[in-house]
Design a protein around this ligand. Sequence first.
Ligand SMILES: [Fe+2]
Ligand SMILES: [Fe+2]
Length: 310
Amino acid sequence: MRLERHNKIATIVSSDFKQVLLLEHLGISLVVGEKTVQEVCDENHINPDLYLCFASLFHNQPLPQVPHFNENDVQTMVRYLQNSHRYYQTERIPKLQNYIQILSQQNQSQGSKLLENFVQNYINEITEHFEYENNVVFPYMLSLASHQAPDSAYSVIDYKEQHHNIDEALADIKGLLVKYLPINEDEKLRRKLLNCLFDLEHDLIIHSQIEDHLLIPLVEKFEANELNALPNNNVQIEDKKNANLSEREIAVLRLLLEGFSNKEVADKLHISTHTVISHRKNITQKIGIKSLAGLTIYALQNNLIQLTQP
Ligand SMILES: [Fe+2]
Ligand SMILES: [Fe+2]
């Protein structure tokens, strides 16, 4: 069924109960009566085209051809994503941890211990992923969408480059559980655990599609507009010529100008991505230049880098 603005929300939810989560993550009350998508969205100040994109993803349908999204849509997307992070962290992950602990108590085999470690490492990884998005990416996007100059040299391109699929490891966990792991006398536990993993995987796939296919392209567009509106960097260079960068900041700057991403710089200097972002922020504050093109000019003028002949 192709979802349309005139469809009743109650009909959509009745045919696909998982859409309840969509309402919850958007902060819409489940008591929707006979109201249509258009009516509920109008009441909640949500773009109905964006709602239909989300609902299509929940319905395992491809994203519809979408008209132009705007700054308000960034806010709606970020709200949805923040609420779903909270839901994973307070409900889904504790449930998964609980099942894995019971499994490990029931089955003392090496395989069960390894699976427990694998799941715990995975949980640590996605927790770090959510915290990075909550603390760095989303605040940046919201300030860009509200036309406030973000106070860092961060770019959505950094996020895009390092944004990886957090649902992939779940397929391995499911495979191990189905194919190899005997569970002593409690097949119900295996079923519950698998159910939990399938649900989490389904949610995370939708979540990542919203980030990769809706949010990132939209913010890239805003970012391009913002950079075009910046004043001529050459003027700023004269004022900030003598900025005092630390050795570590210079090392970060050189690598960034060589074209390495935040993550690659972090790996090369054996520091965290957060530290690289913090150095970028300090560099920008000290010399007052945001764009990589402007930073290149600054670095050339101050003999921090040299142009190599092709
Ligand atoms: Fe996320
Ligand atoms: Fe993500």
